[in-house]
Design a protein around this ligand. Structure first.
Ligand SMILES: [Zn+2]
Length: 103
């Protein structure tokens, strides 16, 4: 597994959770007048959305721990890191290199 593969998997998971949270928030907010419990649902979905955005922007390089997530949003089109980004901007590790074992 390469560093890019690992980062893309995390990013995809968080992005999907973020979209689901936003949809639940919008639906919950839209139905507040129908039943009061939708307000609670919308509140927790909004909190989840904020947490997921925070986690996305604070994703770390597995080698140096630099917050590489904040560099992605200007270049990535979908859930994956742009192929034009070849190296970690903090430590210079090649993103297509294999992950080393822990230790
Ligand atoms: Zn790095």
């Amino acid at each position: 597994m390469t560093i890019r593969t690992q980062l893309n998997a995390k990013r995809k998971k968080l992005s999907i959770l973020m979209i689901i949270s936003f949809v639940i928030f919008a639906v919950g907010f839209g139905f507040i007048e129908i039943h009061y419990s939708f307000k609670i649902l919308a509140f927790f979905a909004f909190i989840g959305f904020i947490v997921e955005v925070f986690l996305l922007f604070n994703m770390q390089c597995p080698k140096c721990g630099g917050k590489i997530g904040c560099t992605w949003y200007s270049s990535a089109i979908d859930f994956s890191l742009s192929n034009q980004i070849k190296y970690c901007p903090f430590c210079g590790v090649e993103l297509d290199s294999e992950l080393e074992g822990k230790g």
